[in-house]
Design a binder for this molecule. Structure first.
Ligand SMILES: [Mg+2]
Length: 409
C-alpha cells in the first residue's frame, strides 16, 4: 500500500481546525488533527509546503519509521508547530492501519483496559450561586468529577469563566480564542486570587460534600512559591488535582512546589515531547500527564510517555477542550482506553456545527466516554460541510497586571 495524496483541510465550524487527510492507492483514507489554537495556518503551511510531498509514495504501515524520519530529517526539532504537524501524520497513519486491519486503533495498542473513560467537566461562575448551578449542570450531564473556576473580586475578565462577557459581547463559554485581528486583553492579580480561591473551595465542599472529585486549573500564572502556597491552602478541600500551577519550562521548579504540598499536580498541556516531562516523571514531581495527542507528536509518543510514566505510578489526564478537534480527541481516547495507567479525561462536547463537519463515533453515556468498534479512529470528515466554514483569524487572550506588565494568561 502507498500514500498517493496528502491534503490539508482548514475549516472553522465554531472554531478553527486543521486536518490532514492521507489517501492510499487502495482507497483507504486516514485523518490527523494539526490544530494549534491561534496559530493554525503555521501548521497548515508546515504540512502543505514541507511535509506533504515527503509522504507521497510511502508505505502507510510504517508509522514509527515515518515519525522518526519526519522528526529527525527536519534537523530543527520540537516546538508546537513541528510537533502538531507530525502528530497529524502519526494519527492519520494509525487511522489507516486500523481501517486496513478492520480494527479500532485501541485494539492495535493492546486492546481495552477498561469499559469506558471517566471524565471531568468544566464548572465556573462569577459568584457562588452561579458556580453551584454550573456544578449541578455538569453532574446532570453525567460527569463524575468537576473542574472549578471562579471570578476573582476586582478582576474584570479571567480565564475559564463561561458566563464572563468577552470584548465581542458574546459569552465566553467554551472558547476563549476570540475571532478578530488582535488578542483580547484580560487582567490578573495573583494576591487577590490566592486570597479568594480557598474560600470558594470551602463553599463548594460545604455544598456538595466530601466525595465529589474537584479539580482546578492555575493556568501557569503563579511563581513556584506561590504555587506551593496555593497547593497547601487547598489541602483541606482534597483536590483531585491542581493543574498548571506554574510554568514548567524549568521542570525543576516543580520540586519546590512538591516539597510543600500533598495536593496532586497535573501539568503538560503546552508540552510537545517526552523530554518536557523527563525530570517531572523521573523525580515523581507530578501525578498526571496533561499532554494532548495533537500537540505532542501524535498517538505513538503519547503511548510512549504514558509507558514511561507508568513506572512511577503517574497517570493520564490528557488536555481535551474543543481546541482539540474530534480527530485528535478520538486519538487520545484510543490511547486512554488501552493504557493501564489511565487517570481521567477532560471532556467538553464539540458544537453542533463542528459535529456536522466531523462525524464522531465516541459517545458520552453513563458518565463514561464509550468508544465504538469502528475501524481506525472512528471519525469521518465531511469535506463539503467543512468548505462551508472558511478559516477566520482568532487569538487566545493575554493578561496584563494593574501596572501594565504582561503576565502569563
Ligand atoms: Mg489547562
Amino acid at each position: 500500500m502507498k500514500i498517493i495524496a496528502a491534503d490539508v483541510i482548514v475549516t472553522s465550524p465554531s472554531r478553527n481546525f486543521v486536518t490532514l487527510k492521507l489517501t492510499t492507492d487502495e482507497g483507504l483514507t486516514g485523518l490527523g488533527d494539526a490544530t494549534l489554537n491561534g496559530r493554525e495556518l503555521a501548521v497548515a503551511s508546515y504540512l502543505k509546503d514541507h511535509l506533504a510531498q515527503l509522504l507521497i509514495g510511502r508505505d502507510p504501515h510504517r508509522i514509527e519509521d515515518t515519525w522518526q524520519f519526519l522528526y529527525r530529517s527536519s534537523y530543527w526539532r520540537r516546538g508546537p508547530v513541528t510537533m502538531a504537524a507530525i502528530a497529524a501524520v502519526d494519527m492519520a497513519l494509525w487511522d489507516i492501519k486500523g481501517k486496513a486491519a478492520g480494527l479500532p486503533v485501541y485494539q492495535l495498542l493492546g486492546g481495552a483496559s477498561r469499559l469506558g473513560l471517566r471524565t471531568y467537566g468544566h464548572a465556573s461562575g462569577r459568584d457562588l450561586p452561579e458556580l453551584f448551578d454550573s456544578v449541578r449542570e455538569n453532574l446532570e450531564e453525567g460527569h463524575t468529577s468537576v473542574r472549578i473556576q471562579t471570578s476573582i473580586p476586582g478582576l474584570k475578565a479571567i480565564y475559564g469563566i463561561a458566563s464572563q462577557e468577552q470584548a465581542t459581547g458574546e459569552r465566553y463559554d467554551y472558547e476563549p480564542a476570540g475571532r478578530g485581528a488582535f488578542p483580547a486583553e484580560e487582567d490578573w492579580d495573583t494576591r487577590a486570587y490566592l486570597n479568594h480561591l480557598p474560600g470558594v473551595f470551602e463553599a463548594v465542599r460545604n455544598e456538595f460534600g466530601p466525595d465529589l472529585p474537584l479539580l482546578h486549573d492555575g493556568h501557569h500564572r503563579m511563581t513556584p512559591i506561590q504555587a506551593a502556597k496555593l497547593g497547601k491552602s487547598l489541602e483541606p478541600y482534597d483536590l483531585f488535582w491542581l493543574e498548571d500551577c506554574t510554568p514548567a519550562e524549568n521542570q525543576e521548579s516543580l520540586r519546590l512546589v512538591r516539597q510543600h504540598t500533598t495536593t496532586p499536580l497535573a501539568i503538560g498541556e503546552v508540552f510537545n515531547t517526552v523530554w518536557d516531562f523527563q525530570t517531572l516523571i523521573r523525580e515523581q514531581l507530578i501525578d498526571y500527564v496533561r499532554a494532548a495527542s495533537t500537540h505532542f507528536g501524535g498517538i505513538s509518543p503519547l503511548k510512549k510517555v504514558m509507558d514511561y510514566a507508568a513506572q512511577y505510578q503517574i497517570k493520564s489526564g490528557f488536555h481535551g477542550p474543543t481546541d482539540i478537534s474530534p480527530v485528535g480527541f478520538a486519538a487520545q481516547c484510543h490511547v486512554g482506553l488501552a493504557i493501564h495507567n489511565y487517570g481521567i479525561q477532560e471532556y467538553m462536547a464539540h458544537s453542533e456545527a463542528t459535529n456536522t463537519v466531523f462525524q464522531q463515533s465516541i459517545r458520552f453515556e453513563g458518565g463514561y466516554l464509550r468508544l465504538s468498534d469502528a475501524p481506525g479512529l472512528g471519525v469521518e470528515l465531511d469535506e463539503e460541510a467543512a468548505a462551508a466554514h472558511p478559516y477566520q483569524q482568532a487569538y487566545l487572550p493575554y493578561n496584563r497586571l494593574a501596572d501594565g506588565t504582561v503576565h502569563d494568561w
